[in-house]
Design a protein. Structure first.
Length: 528
C-alpha cells in the first residue's frame, strides 16, 4: 500500500506553530524580567538600582559646578595673598637676622680697632691695655653668639658689664695721672720707691739663686734639691713680709697691688715645685727600702744552711751506712768516714750600678713663668714710680689730653653701638610680632569663611564624592593654619613646613574633586 506523507505533515506543522506561539507569550521581556526579580528579591533590586546613576537635574549640577569653580578661585586667591604676606616678612626671617648679626659684628670690629688705636706713648703707654682687652672680650662674645645663633640667643649682658668695668678703670687711671703734678703725690711715690728698692734687690737676688738651682738640678737627686728649695722658700717669705709693709698711699695703691699679686703667684708656684720634689724623694725612698728588704729576706733564708743538692747527698750517704754498703773503690770500709766533697766556688756578686740623677726640668715650668711675670711687674713698678716722682712735663700733659679725647670718642661710639643693638633686640630685629599674629588671625578668619562655602555645597548623592574631597582638603589646611597662628614667632625656619605640606595635599584633593564633578557632568550630559 502506498503511504502519503502530505497527509501527516500538515497536522505536525500546525502543532509546532501553536507550541512556539505559547512559549513566546509565556517568556517576559528583559525589563519585565528585571522587575519580576526585583519583586521576588528586594536586595537584588536595590543592587540593580545602585548600579545606575541617581537622577539629578541639570540645574543643580550646573549650580554645583559654578560654586566649586568660585571656591577654587577664592582658594587660589587666598594662597596668593598669604604668600605675598609671607614674602614681605623679611625682617622676621632667619636670614635677615643673620644678616643683621653680621652687620653688628662688622660695626663692633671698627670699635675694637678704635680701641687698639688709642694713643699710648710715654705716660699713657699702659692706659690703653684695659680698653683693648675690654673690646676683645666683647668682640669674642659677639662672634661666638653669631656663629652659634639661635632664636632667643641674644644675651650679652655679662660680657658688656665686664667691658664697661674695664673702660671705667681706664678712665679712673687717666684721672689719677692727670693729678700727678701734686706735691703730696710725688712725696708718696718717693717714700714708696725708697721702701721698695731693697725689696726689689732681694727679689732679684732670689731669682739669681733660683736660676742657679734651675741649672744644677739635672745633676742632683730629689733629696738634694729639696733643702735648697726650702731655703729659697724661706728667703721668699721674707720678701713677702717686707712687701706687706710697703707704704700705703692712693698714688701707689695700684703698684703695691700688682706687686702683691705677683708675689703670691710666685710663692704658690714655689710651694708646688717643692711638693713635686717631695713626692719624687718619697717614691725613691720607698723603692730603695723595698730593694733592701728583698735582699735581707733572701740572705736570711740561705744564711748557714746547705743548699738542696747538699741535703740530698747527705741523705743518700746516711742510707748507705744503715744498709751496710761495701767499701768504696778506695778500700774504705763501712766505718771509714767519707771525705767531704770539695767546696764549690762561690761566684762574686756583680756590683750594683750607681744611681744616676734624672733631669726634672719639666717640674720647673710653672715657676719659670711666674719668675718671668714678677720680673715684668717689678720693672713696671720702677717705671711707674719714676713717672710719679718726676714732675709731669708739658709733653705728658699733651699726651694725657690726646688720650682723654680719643677715649671719650671711643666710649661714645661704644655706647651708640650698644643702643643700636638694644633697639634691635627690643624690636626683635624689626619684626613686628603683634602685627604678624594679627595678620595670621585674619587669614584664619578668611579661611573659615571659605570653609563655610565648602560646607554649603549641594549634598546630592551624585555630587557627594566631590564635596567630601573638598571638605577633607579644607580640614587639613585649616588645622595647619591654626597651628601656625598659635606657634608663630620670628626667625624660625620650620614654622611653615606643616602648612606647606597641607597646601600640597589640599591642592591634590581639589584637583581630584574637579575630576569627579567633570565625570558626573559628562554622565548626565551637562555642559561644563
Amino acid at each position: 500500500m502506498k503511504i502519503k506523507l502530505g497527509a501527516y505533515l500538515a497536522p505536525v506543522a500546525a502543532t509546532l506553530l501553536l507550541f512556539l506561539v505559547a512559549c513566546t507569550s509565556a517568556a517576559p521581556t528583559d525589563s519585565n524580567a528585571g522587575e519580576s526579580r526585583a519583586a521576588a528579591d528586594p536586595a537584588a533590586g536595590a543592587a540593580a538600582a545602585s548600579s545606575r546613576p541617581a537622577a539629578i537635574d541639570r540645574e543643580t549640577l550646573a549650580a554645583f559646578a559654578a560654586d566649586q569653580q568660585a571656591i577654587n578661585a577664592e582658594w587660589d586667591k587666598f594662597h596668593a595673598d598669604f604668600d605675598t604676606w609671607r614674602a614681605g616678612l623679611t625682617s622676621c626671617d632667619r636670614d635677615a637676622a643673620l644678616t643683621a648679626a653680621r652687620e653688628f659684628s662688622g660695626d663692633f670690629n671698627a670699635i675694637a680697632q678704635q680701641a687698639r688705636d688709642l694713643p699710648g706713648t710715654g705716660i699713657t703707654r699702659k692706659l690703653a691695655y684695659d680698653a683693648i682687652h675690654a673690646a676683645a672680650v666683647e668682640e669674642a662674645a659677639l662672634r661666638q653668639l653669631w656663629d652659634n645663633w639661635q632664636p632667643g640667643s641674644v644675651n650679652l649682658l655679662d660680657e658688656r658689664n665686664a667691658a664697661a668695668i674695664m673702660l671705667r678703670e681706664t678712665a679712673d687711671r687717666l684721672d689719677e695721672l692727670g693729678e700727678l703734678d701734686k706735691p703730696e703725690e710725688r712725696a708718696a711715690a718717693e717714700n714708696f720707691a725708697q721702701a721698695f728698692a731693697p725689696i726689689d734687690a732681694d727679689w732679684k737676688a732670689f731669682h739669681d739663686r733660683y736660676d742657679a738651682l734651675r741649672q744644677e738640678q739635672a745633676e742632683l737627686f730629689p733629696a738634694e734639691v729639696i733643702p735648697r728649695l726650702e731655703t729659697l722658700l724661706n728667703d721668699f717669705d721674707l720678701i713677702i713680709e717686707a712687701s706687706d709693709k710697703l707704704p700705703d698711699a692712693d698714688a701707689t695703691e695700684d703698684i703695691a697691688q700688682a706687686l702683691a699679686e705677683a708675689a703670691d703667684r710666685e710663692q704658690d708656684a714655689l710651694l708646688g715645685l717643692l711638693e713635686a720634689f717631695n713626692d719624687l724623694a718619697a717614691a725613691a725612698a720607698a723603692e730603695a727600702e723595698a730593694q733592701t728588704q728583698a735582699v735581707a729576706e733572701a740572705t736570711e733564708s740561705t744564711n748557714g744552711l746547705p743548699d738542696f743538692g747538699q741535703i740530698e747527698e747527705m741523705e743518700k750517704e746516711a742510707a748507705a751506712i744503715d744498709d751496710g754498703a761495701p767499701a768504696d773503690s778506695e778500700g774504705r770500709g763501712d766505718d771509714a768516714p767519707a771525705e767531704p766533697p770539695p767546696p764549690e766556688p762561690v761566684a762574686e756578686p756583680e756590683p750594683e750600678p750607681e744611681p744616676v740623677p734624672l733631669d726634672n726640668s719639666h717640674l720647673f715650668q710653672d715657676m719659670d713663668g711666674e719668675v718671668e711675670n714678677s720680673d715684668a711687674v717689678r720693672k713696671d713698678a720702677r717705671l711707674d714710680l719714676e713717672n710719679l716722682i718726676e714732675k709731669i712735663s708739658e709733653e705728658d700733659l699733651a699726651a694725657l689730653d690726646d688720650f682723654e679725647e680719643a677715649l671719650t670718642d671711643l666710649r661714645q661710639n661704644w655706647d651708640a653701638f650698644h643702643q643700636d643693638y638694644d633697639d634691635w633686640i627690643s624690636a626683635e630685629g624689626g619684626c613686628d610680632r603683634a602685627a604678624a599674629t594679627q595678620a595670621l588671625a585674619g587669614f584664619n578668619q578668611r579661611f573659615n569663611e571659605l570653609g563655610a562655602q565648602v560646607r554649603g555645597l549641594s549634598q546630592a548623592a551624585a555630587l557627594r564624592p566631590s564635596s567630601d574631597l573638598l571638605v577633607e582638603a579644607l580640614a587639613g589646611e585649616a588645622a595647619a593654619l591654626r597651628s601656625l597662628h598659635n606657634l608663630w614667632r620670628p626667625f624660625e625656619t620650620d614654622l611653615y613646613r606643616d602648612l606647606d605640606q597641607q597646601r600640597v595635599n589640599a591642592d591634590n584633593l581639589r584637583r581630584l574633586a574637579d575630576r569627579r564633578t567633570q565625570e558626573v557632568m559628562e554622565r548626565f550630559g551637562a555642559t561644563p
